[in-house]
Design a protein around this ligand. Structure first.
Ligand SMILES: [Zn+2]
Length: 449
C-alpha cells in the first residue's frame, strides 16, 4: 500500500470509529419533572434524550423511547428547566484581583464559569465590550472555551461628557458628537459582527449627565436598522422610553423607574412590538447588602463573591457610606415602580425579557443577580413558573435565538437540574445539582468573579 492510501485508510478507520462512538453517545435524563420554558404546564414524569449536544426528544416518559445503547440516569424528585438566559449583563467590568483593564479573556472566563455554575448558560453583554469580545465569542461557539455562551452589543453609543458614566477605554465605547459620527459608529460595530446596537438615554439621576440628543439616537437607530441590527436602549424615565419607542428602538434595556407607566406607554409597546427587560435587581443591588448585612452569610452569596469584595461589603464603614448615599431613597422608589410596571406589562401580555445588568457593578453579582431577579419577579406578583418562562423561552425570544431557551427536540441541550420544584418555590434554584451547556456537564464550582 502506498503511503498516501495507507494514510487515507487510517483516516477512514478513525472516521468510522468516531462515527460509531458518536452514535452511541446518547444520554437520557429520566423521571424528572420537566419545565420546558414555553409556559406550558410541567410534565411530572419526563424523559429527555440528548445526543451530540442537541436535545433529540423531550416529553412524557411514556411518549419518548430510550434509544439502544443510551446512558440513562434517574432524576426522580428533580426538576429540569432550560438553561437561564440573561438578556442584560456586562462582561469584564471589574476584577478585584488585577490592576490593569478587566476586559480580558482570563477575567471574562471566570465570569462566564460563574454564570454557568448558577445555571445561566447564555448571557448578552449590553455594551462597553472591548475588541477581545469577538475572539471570546468565537471560542465559546467552537467549544474551545467553557462557560456561558455570549452575545453582545459591541461598544455602544454614549454621549460626550454624558452617559454612561463608566470610565472605560476608547476601544470600549463610542461617544459620537454628531449624527454622522453616530452612523459611523454603528457601521463600524456592524462590520465587527455585533449582535445588537446599544445606546444610553439617561442623565443618571444624581449625576445629572448631559443626555443624548434626539438627532443622535434617531440617526443611530436608523443606521442600525439599515445594517439589519436591532437597538437596545438604556432608559430610566418614562418620557425617554416613549420617545425611544417612537424613534424605533427595539428593546428597552431597563424598566421604567421614575414613575408608573401609563396607557400611552402600554399602547406604544404593543403597537411597535417593543421588548422590555425589567432589570428589577439593578436598583436594589445598590442598597441590599448594606441594609441586610446578614445576607452576606448566605452560602449562595459567599460562593459568588470575590473574597476582596466580600471583605469590603462586610466592612461597617462601607455599610455606613452606602446607607448615607443620597441616592438611597431613589433606588428604593425605582425598585417599587419597576416591580409594579413589570407586573402590568406581563399582565398585558407584552414582550418582556429577562436581564439584570449583572457585572455592570460589583454589587450586581454574576449568576447570583439572575437568581435574585427571579425572586423579584415573583415578589412583583408573577408565579415562579411565569418568572422562569421569562428567564428561558421569553429571554431567547427577545434575542431571536431559536436554538435555545426551551427544552424540545432540535434545541441545544442547555439545561439545569434542580433538587425540588422551582416552579412552585423559586428559591429551589439554590439547589442546582447539574448544569449542561450543549449537553456537556458544567462545573458547579468556580473561582468567584
Ligand atoms: Zn447595562
Amino acid at each position: 500500500m502506498k503511503r498516501s492510501s495507507l494514510a487515507s485508510a487510517c483516516l477512514l478507520a478513525i472516521m468510522s470509529l468516531s462515527t460509531a462512538s458518536f452514535a452511541a453517545n446518547v444520554t437520557v435524563l429520566d423521571g424528572a419533572q420537566l419545565f420546558d420554558g414555553s409556559g406550558k404546564p410541567v410534565i411530572d414524569n419526563s424523559r429527555v434524550v440528548i445526543q451530540d449536544g442537541i436535545i433529540k426528544a423531550a416529553g412524557a416518559a411514556a411518549d419518548v423511547t430510550i434509544p439502544a445503547g443510551a446512558i440513562v440516569t434517574q432524576y426522580k424528585g428533580k426538576t429540569i428547566i432550560p438553561g437561564l438566559i440573561s438578556d442584560h449583563t456586562h462582561l469584564g467590568q471589574y476584577d478585584a484581583t488585577i490592576s490593569g483593564s478587566p476586559f480580558n479573556e482570563a477575567t471574562i472566563a471566570r465570569q462566564l464559569l460563574q454564570y454557568e455554575g448558577f445555571g445561566v448558560t447564555t448571557v448578552v453583554s449590553m455594551g462597553v465590550n472591548g475588541p477581545e469580545f469577538y475572539p471570546i465569542r468565537e471560542k465559546l461557539r467552537s467549544h474551545s472555551m467553557k462557560g456561558a455562551d455570549i452575545f453582545g452589543a459591541d461598544k455602544g453609543i454614549g454621549v460626550p461628557l454624558g452617559a454612561p458614566p463608566a470610565k472605560v477605554g476608547a476601544d470600549q465605547l463610542d461617544r459620537p458628537a454628531t449624527p454622522d459620527e453616530a452612523r459611523a459608529a454603528v457601521r463600524a460595530a456592524a462590520a465587527r459582527g455585533t449582535d445588537l446596537i446599544k445606546l444610553w438615554l439617561d442623565d443618571f439621576q444624581g449625576a445629572h449627565l448631559v443626555k443624548m440628543e434626539p438627532a443622535i439616537y434617531t440617526a443611530a437607530i436608523d443606521e442600525a436598522h439599515k445594517q439589519g441590527l436591532r437597538v437596545v436602549a438604556h432608559i430610566y424615565y418614562l418620557q425617554d422610553a416613549k420617545d425611544l419607542i417612537k424613534a424605533g428602538a427595539d428593546v428597552l434595556g431597563h424598566g421604567v423607574r421614575d414613575t408608573l407607566i401609563d396607557d400611552e406607554f402600554v399602547s406604544l409597546m404593543r403597537t411597535h412590538g417593543t421588548w422590555y427587560i425589567p432589570t428589577l435587581g439593578v436598583d436594589e443591588a445598590s442598597f441590599r447588602f448594606a441594609e441586610q448585612p446578614e445576607l452576606l452569610k448566605d452560602p449562595s452569596v459567599r460562593k459568588a463573591l470575590n473574597p476582596k469584595l466580600l471583605a469590603q461589603f462586610e466592612d461597617p464603614k462601607w455599610r455606613e457610606t452606602q446607607l448615607a448615599n443620597p441616592g438611597l431613597k431613589l433606588w428604593h422608589q425605582g425598585l417599587e415602580n419597576n416591580l409594579r410596571n413589570t407586573k402590568r406589562l406581563v399582565d398585558e401580555n407584552l414582550a418582556v425579557g429577562f436581564g439584570t445588568d449583572s457585572g455592570a457593578m460589583p454589587l450586581s453579582i454574576p449568576g447570583y443577580a439572575e437568581h435574585r431577579e427571579l425572586e423579584l419577579l415573583v415578589h412583583a406578583g408573577m408565579t415562579p413558573a411565569q418568572a422562569l418562562t421569562l428567564a428561558t423561552g421569553k429571554a431567547a425570544d427577545m434575542m431571536k435565538l431559536t436554538d435555545r431557551g426551551r427544552i424540545e427536540a432540535g434545541k441545544r441541550a442547555d439545561l439545569v437540574v434542580v433538587d425540588g420544584d422551582p416552579t412552585k418555590n423559586i428559591e429551589a434554584l439554590d439547589h442546582i445539582v447539574e448544569v449542561r451547556s450543549s449537553g456537556e456537564k458544567a462545573s458547579l464550582t468556580f473561582t468567584p468573579y
